[in-house]
Design a binder for this molecule. Structure first.
Ligand code: HEM
Length: 560
């Protein structure tokens, strides 16, 4: 290492250590009284100040890797069982945050590394519904969405977000989605034929169900959102185009940079977009350049799709008054009648196209993966479901799809618990099934003002006193604990961790006295309030159609 660089690194490390010591001595926070798992990492602020621990700077954070680990079951379980329904988590790089390099909000009343993990139903209701203006989408994720897709509903807050939501919501009205059901069947049946065809031509063989479910979800949203086919779904052929490939690779590529995410809000403020682009071009990282090229490709494609649609409308090839058109046509139509300042610009239509396709594809396909995985492990559930489906009409309409009680209970239960914990379930012993919701076990928010978080279930603070509400300083990161809320024993009962579709029959589950503020089934899978999932009905119908089509033709077993 060059001497100057070595000196810079030493000075930076020295400054961090001094800051950390000062911070630990003088930095009091009103969140100190909330209990949470201990941290031993130098960069999370929870480390014991010994010479050995000072050397031990990796991993850079203690709670978060365990927290976000796909197999972090014990950690999540520990949070649920050993603390109150609001838990303090130690976040990333607290030392650097002292210098506001990472912090998105300057605030003296809290230690920036302290974050709250919330599953108390009253607290959730306050954050998501009553006091929602005080809790915004986390700036890191908003910036990330903005960089990936451009301006749109998921990369906006406040008035802009209200505007997007107002113009997009009618495209998801029940009447519109009901008309999409025949298309759901068309794509699901192509998927079924694609699965059957290799058996017919080559006899028994292994198939990649995960691949075909991903292709099916993308094709459904391509056709319904913009009237575009990404994949001819020709049996036996993987005919996906470049956009589809890119979409599949995008998140795994981008998440290789997850340690740098906290720098995004500040980094996006440095210089012009052209300058930032120049910096990205200059950084010698193949992966970064791959991510850049993927974003470019997706933007080009979305722009092309929007332009084609606009031209088709302009030259009369597409009748915008015809209600049975895709979501983009509905947005173009809504634009025509929108009040001043309420319509979507071309750039926003492009951003929205990318967001919509991404929001609908990974979510639904991972829910479907978990559904077929659960079915393969629970032959009893699979058989019972098949009996109900086979007795129903082959092509069901909206009402019929909603009227199959076991299918409905099964989908609710998968979306409550989802994927099966590895090594806990066998075909013989199926009583214990745990899982993650399909999008993420948590959603991030950040307080944009000082606020008070009320609690439904008071708990004892670190000082031994009862806490009935928590003053939360501006700039605090909050995790909406979707997964933990969905299996909170106080709400769901002692069998909360068991996979029981029957619990939904006769309206038993979902009608508990303790309410969660989610829009679907008294659970948080699709969130609630002003940022809840706009496509939840779409997703439910799509899933029901695909499950009913595939269960008629196949018996699913676990891979041997
Ligand atoms: C099982 C499937 C799905 C699940 C579990 C799911 C879940 C969610 C969740 C939790 C959010 C809130 C995100 C946040 O606050 O950052 C969300 C937002 C959203 N979802 Fe879904 N989603 C699913 C499928 C879909 C589908 C199929 C579509 C579209 C056709 C869709 C469109 C959206 C949109 C547009 C938003 C942004 C809403 C806003 O910011 O106001 N989702 N979804």
């Amino acid at each position: 290492m060059a001497p100057t660089l070595t000196l810079c690194v030493l000075v930076a490390v020295g400054v961090c250590i001094v800051s950390l010591i000062l911070h630990r001595i003088f930095g009091r926070s009103i969140l100190d009284n909330i209990d949470g798992p201990p941290s031993n990492s130098i960069l999370t602020g929870g480390f014991p100040l010994t010479p050995t621990s000072i050397l031990c700077i990796w991993p850079p954070q203690e709670n978060l890797p365990a927290f976000f680990d796909p197999d972090g079951w014990d950690f999540q379980q520990d949070l649920e069982e050993n603390y109150g329904e609001v838990v303090k988590i130690r976040g990333l790089l607290s030392v650097c945050r002292q210098f506001s390099l990472l912090s998105t909000q300057r605030n003296s009343k809290k230690k920036p590394e302290q974050q709250l993990y919330v599953f108390d139903p009253v607290a959730l209701q306050s954050m998501i519904v009553q006091q929602s203006d005080a809790y915004e989408e986390h700036p890191i994720y908003m910036k990330a969405y903005g960089l990936l897709w451009g301006p749109g509903i998921q990369s906006s807050i406040g008035a802009d977000h209200h505007r997007y939501r107002k113009i997009i919501t009618p495209a998801f009205a029940t009447g519109k989605i009901r008309e999409m059901i025949p298309l759901f069947y068309e794509v699901a049946e192509k998927a079924r034929d694609g699965l059957i065809s290799p058996f017919v031509s080559h006899g028994p063989r292994k198939l990649d169900l995960n691949n075909i479910l991903g292709r099916t979800s993308l094709e459904v949203i391509g056709r319904t959102s913009i009237g575009y086919s990404f994949d001819s779904m020709i049996p036996g052929q993987d005919t996906r185009n470049e956009y589809a490939e890119t979409l599949k690779e995008l998140f795994p590529t981008v998440f290789k940079f997850k340690l740098f995410f906290p720098f995004l809000p500040r980094a996006c403020e440095i210089g012009s977009a052209a300058f930032r682009r120049f910096v990205v071009d200059m950084i010698p990282s193949k992966t970064l350049h791959r991510a850049r090229d993927m974003v470019d490709l997706m933007e080009r494609k979305a722009t092309q799709l929007v332009m084609e649609k606009k031209e088709a409308v302009a030259c009369g090839q597409l009748d915008i008054e015809d209600d049975s058109k895709d979501i983009m046509t509905l947005l173009l139509k809504a634009n025509l009648t929108a009040e001043e300042g309420m319509f979507l610009t071309e750039e926003e239509l492009v951003g929205q196209t990318g967001i919509m396709i991404s929001a609908a594809t990974d979510t639904t396909s991972s829910a479907l993966d978990r559904i077929f995985h659960s079915l393969s492990l629970r032959r009893d559930v699979q058989d019972k479901l098949r009996v109900e489906i086979v007795e129903a009409p082959e092509h069901m309409d909206y009402e019929q799809l909603g009227s199959l009680p076991y299918l409905d209970g099964f989908i609710h239960e998968v979306l409550r618990l989802c994927v099966i914990r590895r090594n806990t379930v066998t075909e013989d012993n199926h009583s214990f099934v745990l899982g993650y919701p399909p999008v993420t076990p948590v959603m991030n928010r950040e307080t944009v003002e000082d606020t008070i978080l009320p609690l439904g279930t008071p708990f004892i603070g670190v000082d031994g006193q009862q806490i009935t509400s928590i003053p939360v300083p501006k700039g605090t990161t909050i995790y909406i604990a979707i997964q933990t809320a969905n299996r909170n024993r106080r709400i769901w009962g002692d069998d909360a961790l068991e996979f029981k579709p029957e619990r939904w029959q006769n309206g038993k589950a979902g009608a508990q006295t303790e309410r969660l503020c989610g829009i679907y089934g008294n659970m948080m899978t699709f969130l609630g309030g002003g940022r809840s999932c706009l496509g939840f009905q779409f997703a439910l119908l799509e899933i029901k159609v695909i499950v009913s089509v595939l269960l008629r033709s196949f018996i699913f077993s676990p891979r041997r």
